[in-house]
Design a protein around this ligand. Structure first.
Ligand code: IPE
Ligand code: IPE
Ligand code: MG
Length: 247
């Protein structure tokens, strides 16, 4: 960590106008490693350190929910060795952060096809979620084997089943009801979505939830992302006029 990374929270940020829910597509680990002629896995390792830093920053400034896209449904198609390394890093991360989460009132939650993760990862994940479930500070929401389309299919299936059973009246299906059948049930939609490493796409992330989210794309690769740039994006966010379709 350099000195700028450990500097106090920036005074230019208006605490009354903070995004409640921030979502991040953490992209660019592979390119970061490639630039240094390193293995992609080294990029993922460095990326995990940045996750720690951004979680800490969100807690310090009082963000309610931070949703991190850590592994997509499509990422299973990467080489087996990379998938295994990512799962092992995830397990290490969860184990090493348990104390920090407990000490700092952080609640861990996961969204996605958790049942598809290796059993040892599921085990530490469930343990951390159980241990932190009464915490009411920052909610760290990890998207793991997450895909927006798969989430929507799951929601349609559940609503269709309940409709068939006579438990849901089709005339009473509203956006609010749909939201209640998504992994993010009970959470406000993201106010801010950040994507690192410059790609102008959503890559199957939170398709329903980002209807009115403010989007920021930075060219910085995720392992190079840091507190100062994050705070800078928050400042930009505070200057945006959110209209929600009105005048
Ligand atoms: C993001 O970095 C991490 C995951 C998707 C798991 P990438 O691995 O996608 O890095 P690039 O896009 O190849 O640089
Ligand atoms: C999105 O990044 C998924 C995560 C950050 C976990 P990808 O690297 O998988 O997305 P694409 O391939 O650039 O769309
Ligand atoms: Mg990528």
């Amino acid at each position: 960590m350099n000195s700028s990374e450990s500097s106090p929270v920036n005074a230019d940020i208006d605490p009354a106008n903070l995004p409640c829910h921030i979502a991040i597509i953490m992209d660019g680990n592979g390119r970061w490693a490639k630039k240094r002629i390193l293995n992609r896995i080294e990029g993922h390792k460095k990326g995990a350190d940045v996750v720690r830093l951004i979680v800490r920053t969100c807690r310090e400034i009082g963000i309610s929910i931070l949703t991190l896209y850590a592994f997509s449904t499509e990422n299973w198609q990467r080489p087996k060795i990379e998938v295994a390394a990512l799962m092992s890093l995830l397990k290490n991360f969860l184990e090493s952060e348990q104390k920090e989460m407990l000490d700092n009132n952080i609640r861990l939650n996961a969204i996605g096809q958790i049942e598809k993760l290796p059993e040892d990862v599921q085990h530490v994940l469930h343990k951390s979620m159980t241990l932190t479930k009464k915490n009411n500070g920052l909610m760290l929401n990890l998207a793991l084997s997450y895909g927006g389309r798969a989430e929507i299919v799951r929601m349609v299936r559940e609503i269709a089943t309940k409709t068939k059973e006579g438990k849901i009246d089709p005339d009473l299906i509203t956006p609010e009801l749909v939201s209640d059948f998504l992994y993010t049930k009970g959470m406000p939609d993201p106010d801010l979505l950040i994507r690192t490493s410059g790609e102008m796409r959503i890559s199957n992330f939170l398709l329903w939830q980002i209807a009115y989210t403010e989007i920021f794309v930075t060219k910085t690769l995720w392992p190079d992302f840091g507190k100062q740039e994050f705070l800078q994006i928050l400042k930009h966010y505070q200057r945006r006029e959110r209209r929600f379709g009105k005048v």
